[in-house]
Design a protein around this ligand. Structure first.
Ligand code: AMW
Length: 153
């Protein structure tokens, strides 16, 4: 199923080809600058910046969505664990002021020191992190979308 509707992620208009998952209150998109293979984002459909602004129903749906998505990306990207991360507010590393969960497949030894993953998460504007092409992101979203036939956008 193709998701026709685009959404905003903070100030960024997200093309439908980047979106692979939709629930009542959340959507899943592939990452422009992933820090590991399969690093995706689960975003609140309502464009609020802070976690505390979500209703209980939105929190529940967002995390249930992250659980479904985590199961799929861990398997598809040959992970053995997941990092599930919320950077809630600018001083916690949030660069896009719109509530989102990072879901990142993890493998043994992928970061030498585990907490260095947070350094990499915070290097989003670093020149080493080249944005991916629209085609590469669309191909990944197409593959992931196959796992979510019940998508609702
Ligand atoms: W934060 O620093 O707000 O916790 O995370 C922002 C995330 O959003 C980063 O992983 C970054 O790569 C990603 N990102 C920024 N702009 C886009 C975009 N247009 N499409 C997809 N991902 C994006």
């Amino acid at each position: 199923m193709t998701l026709e509707k685009s959404f905003f992620f903070g100030p960024h208009k997200i093309c439908p080809t980047q979106i692979f998952y939709g629930s009542k209150f959340a959507y899943g998109l592939v990452n422009l600058k992933p820090i590991a293979p399969g690093h995706v984002l689960v975003v609140s459909k309502r464009p609020v910046a802070r976690f505390t602004e979500l209703t209980p129903e939105e929190v529940s749906d967002l995390f249930i969505s992250a659980q479904h998505i985590g199961r799929v990306v861990e398997k598809e990207f040959s992970g053995d664990s997941l990092s599930v991360v919320v950077q809630d507010g600018p001083y916690a590393g949030q660069t896009v002021p719109h509530v989102h969960i990072h879901v990142i497949p993890r493998r043994q030894g992928d970061w030498k020191n585990n907490d260095e993953i947070y350094d990499d998460l915070n290097k989003v504007d670093n020149d080493d992190r080249k944005p991916r092409s629209a085609l590469e992101m669309a191909q990944e979203a197409n593959m992931l979308r196959e796992h979510f036939p019940e998508n609702r956008c």
